[in-house]
Design a protein around this ligand. Structure first.
Ligand SMILES: NC(=O)c1ccc[n+]([C@@H]2O[C@H](COP(=O)([O-])OP(=O)(O)OC[C@H]3O[C@@H](n4cnc5c(N)ncnc54)[C@H](OP(=O)(O)O)[C@@H]3O)[C@@H](O)[C@H]2O)c1
Length: 326
């Protein structure tokens, strides 16, 4: 049985009198820092030096005390690690690790670096994770509306005996226990995230591109193919999320669409390939490939980006948005 924590199950006491440092003031850091502060917890920000950081000035403009990452680490009791994942290992080594001391808590927002041992926190420090399941702007928007986004917590190492309670208090301060927070492991959070990125992002984008390409190759006007490949999907996703997939297929789309979904959909998806990718992810092969790609300066991504940016679909999309609206 999965355990879901809601507001009433979680105490903010573990953060009483504690100083929280948000390390990295980007997409998640900015949103989480604002929510935690509005929940009554004292928050400071740690960023790279002003000449390197794109966000130090913004943090100050938003009314936070901003320090170097080393200084913020020294001062804080609980550190929310909100740096881009590949940027974390070198910064952890030079700025965070030397300034940790017994009883502090490192709270990650993705388990990748800890799971694969790229970051190995000392044993007298709590290593936990809290991840809201939404991009930063939505984390903030929902909080301001009195709501929250579903999230997860995990404990990799409990040094103080209350590591889970601290992770949950962070989740509550960010607003996620208003919706619900599930407890899981670093392994499942990381592999689940990597699996979703490959299958859902990778698969859905590949489907849209292939749909567009095949229609254009067969003489359809590009603007029509673009509307089919992207706009149609966009218009139904929200409805499916609101009412459920089965309700949508059975009652909210045409019978032709229902017939197409039920009889042709399974032919489009290669379930064996999805299972292969799941196993590769579990074996750490995706993580290894990605770490190698990052270490080499992302040559594969640079090459693939160039090809995709020049594609007919991207060009059609640019004019489509101008001609027919966003
Ligand atoms: N994006 C999301 O919505 C989302 C959702 C769930 C979980 N997460 C997790 O949240 C954490 C933060 O992700 P994010 O998307 O918020 O990160 P981000 O906005 O891309 O970057 C956060 C900060 O990392 C620093 N940074 C970025 N690239 C760097 C580089 N090459 N070298 C050194 N520093 C660099 C920047 O610091 P400066 O400002 O000082 O330049 C930046 O402000 C990650 O663990 C991520 O997996 C993100």
């Amino acid at each position: 049985m999965e355990k879901i924590y809601r507001d009433a199950d979680v105490s903010m006491k573990p953060l009483d009198g504690k100083l929280v440092a948000v390390i990295g003031y980007g997409i998640q850091g900015k949103a989480q820092a604002a929510n935690v502060r509005d929940s009554g917890v004292k928050v400071i920000i740690g960023t790279r030096p002003p000449e390197e950081s794109t966000s130090r000035a913004q943090a100050k403009a938003d009314g936070f005390e901003a320090y170097s990452i080393a200084e913020a680490t020294k001062r804080a009791d609980v550190l929310l690690i909100e740096l881009a994942d590949p940027a974390q290992p070198p910064i952890y080594k030079t700025d965070i690790a030397p300034n940790l001391s017994a009883g502090k808590t490192l709270c990650f927002c993705h388990g990748f670096n800890v799971l694969y041992g790229v970051i190995q926190p000392p044993k007298d420090v709590n290593t936990v994770l809290f991840v809201p399941n939404a991009p930063g702007h939505l984390v903030r928007q929902k909080y301001l509306a009195g709501e929250g986004v579903y999230g997860c917590v995990a404990v990799d190492h409990d040094a103080t005996g209350n590591a889970l309670a601290i992770a949950l208090a962070v989740a509550k301060a960010v607003g996620s226990t208003r919706a619900g927070v599930v407890e899981m492991s670093f392994q499942h959070e990381t592999e689940g995230d990597n699996f979703e990125e490959q299958i859902l992002y990778g698969g859905a984008i590949q489907l849209m591109r292939t749909c567009f390409r095949v229609m254009v190759e067969n003489g359809y006007p590009p603007s029509f193919a673009y509307a089919k490949a992207i706009r149609s999907l966009r218009s139904v996703i929200d409805v499916m999320d609101e009412v459920g997939i089965e309700e949508y297929i059975s009652h909210r789309c045409s019978r032709t669409a229902e017939f197409a979904v039920r009889t042709r959909g399974p032919r489009v998806v290669n379930e064996d390939a999805i299972r292969d990718i799941f196993r590769e992810t579990e074996r750490g092969e995706f993580a290894r490939d990605w770490m190698q790609e990052w270490a080499l300066g992302m040559p594969t991504l640079h090459r693939l980006r160039r090809t995709a940016a020049d594609s007919e679909m991207e060009k059609t999309g640019q004019t489509w948005r101008q001609d027919f609206g966003r």
